[in-house]
Design a protein around this ligand. Structure first.
Ligand code: ADP
Ligand code: MG
Length: 334
């Protein structure tokens, strides 16, 4: 059973960035306004994420890392929305099977914070001989998740990583995506021991501010806003996309579906196709796109780590978005 869990976990999380993505989403879901991330050795040695959200109740800590433990299935019909997120209540469980996991958390009402250590889905003592029960400790409101020695028990996976800086680059890319999308939340991300921040964004920025902070003024000054609502196809699109004055060597697509960062090769292809009529040969756009689609129509049935999604009426929805982009590109004075 333990081996099965370990294998399952290793399929959901194949790189540090996948664990981090889940932890960022949890922080955002907890209503945080500030999220701080600390990384050692590309996240393989340490991934620590500290938020100021609503915290976790002491009584929920013993089962926190059991599979399918989630506080996010409020109503029965929510079950049909599981597809949106690929999986539910499995992130912390998975991480606990392939890393040393420490959770320190303080809900507002609690007089102290609680610290708990997990391994293999269960509470474990911080040190041999101690009790596994959560321990009271000092702390501010919110939750700190510490993931140490990721893949320590999956040596083959661990050996597959060539460079810590490559993994760190993926982490910065992912934090950057969420920093643009969750523009109200202050994000910081840095390497342990570095004095300078990899990413540091103040709270309450606009999306364009965030794009400027993370991707630079060159693109931020050349953005067009995109808005689309369609009752018939049941989706809403919002975005900021580069105009015909701007182009880069590789398409930058920041895609969110129902507030989760995802990949869609269909959308990417269509967007590139649309822009090709407006950009010089070899030039590619910057596209931030946030779609709200009825979760029952979204399907994450491809490999979970790829976050590649499919959705109902995909072709029509993509066509509508690209029509909007085309229209904006041809009407904006350039
Ligand atoms: P899911 O997010 O799908 O519910 P997770 O394994 O990611 O599953 O988290 C399990 C549960 O732990 C969440 O439903 C939530 O109740 C709690 N939790 C995890 N991280 C946080 C956090 N940063 N702040 C508050 N609660 C959290
Ligand atoms: Mg989660």
């Amino acid at each position: 059973q333990d081996v099965v869990n370990k294998i399952a976990a290793g399929e959901i999380i194949v790189a540090p960035v996948h664990a981090l993505k889940e932890l960022i989403e949890n922080g955002v879901d907890a209503g945080s306004t500030a999220i701080e991330i600390l990384v050692k050795e590309g996240g393989l040695k340490l991934l620590q994420i500290t938020d100021n959200g609503h915290g976790i109740n002491r009584d929920d800590l013993p089962i926190l890392c059991e599979r399918f433990t989630t506080s996010k299935l409020k109503a029965f019909e929510d079950l049909s929305t599981i597809g949106t997120y690929g999986f539910r209540g499995e992130a912390l469980a998975s991480i606990s099977h392939i890393a040393h996991l420490t959770v320190t958390t303080k809900p507002k009402e609690s007089s102290c914070a609680w610290r708990a250590n997990y391994s293999g889905g269960k509470l474990v003592p911080a040190k041999p001989g101690q009790s596994a029960d959560p321990k009271p400790t000092a702390g501010r409101q919110g939750t700190q998740i510490t993931v140490e020695d990721l893949f320590y028990n999956v040596p083959a996976r661990r050996r597959a990583f060539r460079s810590a800086s490559e993994e760190y680059a993926k982490i910065l890319d992912m934090v950057g995506r969420y920093a643009v999308h969750c523009h109200g939340v202050a994000f910081t991300c840095k390497k342990h021991g570095d004095t300078s921040m990899g990413i540091s964004t103040p709270a309450n920025a606009t999306i364009v501010d965030r794009i400027r902070q993370i991707h630079g003024a060159a693109v931020a000054n050349e953005l067009i806003e995109l808005k689309n609502e369609d009752d018939r196809l049941g989706f809403m699109a919002q975005g900021w996309v580069s105009n015909a004055n701007y182009h880069v060597k590789r398409t930058m697509l920041l895609l969110f579906i129902n507030h989760r960062a995802v990949e869609s090769s269909a959308i990417k292809k269509a967007v590139e196709q649309t822009y090709s009529a407006f950009l010089p040969k070899g030039g590619h756009p910057f596209v931030y796109l946030s779609l709200d689609i009825d979760p029952r129509r979204v399907d994450v049935n491809v490999h979970p780590t790829k976050r590649e999604v499919n959705f109902l009426n995909e072709d029509e929805i993509i066509e509508q978005i690209c029509d909007k982009i085309r229209l904006s590109l041809s009407t904006v004075d350039s």
